[in-house]
Design a protein around this ligand. Sequence first.
Ligand code: UGA
Ligand code: MN
Length: 273
Amino acid sequence: MSVTSFTVFSIAYHHVNLNLNNVDTSKTLYIITPTHNGYGQIPHLTRLGITLRQVRNIHWLVVEDAPTTNPNIEALLRRSNVKYTYLHAETDRKSTMQGRGVEQRNCALDYISKLNPVDGLVYFADDDNTYDLELFKVLRRTKYCGVLPVGLLGQMPYESFEIMDGKVVGFYAAFGLDRKFQIDMAGFVVHVSALTKNNPPRFKRTPLMGVLETDFLEQVVTNMSQLEPIAYDFDRILVWHTKTQNIALLSLEQYKSNYGSNRDMTRFPVLIY
Ligand code: UGA
Ligand code: MN
């Protein structure tokens, strides 16, 4: 009998002492997800649902960018086994102002305000991003406004913060360096008490792209020293701003005329995608 010898490669991981096992999960995490009937909506929400079903004490607010909700998405959310509320708010398509997910996030914020919770955290989770399960433990460290690095932003492998004596003193970003808070939507989390102020923060469309987040955060805190770096002891990224490459899809009619001439199209199964 021949013996095969293997070379075992050992990979050295840098272990950080992360005390996440006893994170208090009594605060509800309100996860706000704008979504639209665009490329990959169903796979994006399927993937996010698989992530969220593993997280304790969350309330997923999914807001459809349409004049009505979509029964196929409702069915998907029901199957996800996550506590959810499905709402709708349509984007003003006539406006030339920039900003995706604005009306939808504001609709969910209005909804949470009506619940009038005394405790809880709000996190904006776009449908196409990728989330590590430990992210949801880290979010719960927040007292008022937590911030954390986000992977794959523009040309940056990740955007992060300059921290000194436990405080945020600067940002590492590669665009919009004149923004007061250079943070992506996935990089901050806010306590619900911010929503019960007299003039609660809301998202606003602007002529410029990429300022939604700073504009919102400027309504929550006044200076960067108030931002709590909640993932400072992590040596890895917990959320990535992934994007799906949108391919022009064929309609059934286009498929028929391009490829269907010698096929029995009555046997083409019509599926929800
Ligand atoms: C970046 C930020 O990560 C977003 O949070 C921010 O809203 C956006 O820029 C912006 O400033 O407008 P990006 O990946 O380019 O994000 O945006 P998308 O992922 O395409 O859209 C953000 C969210 O809005 C998604 O959950 C998406 O489903 C939703 N959306 C997008 C709509 O509800 N309606 C739309 O027409 C487009
Ligand atoms: Mn996105």
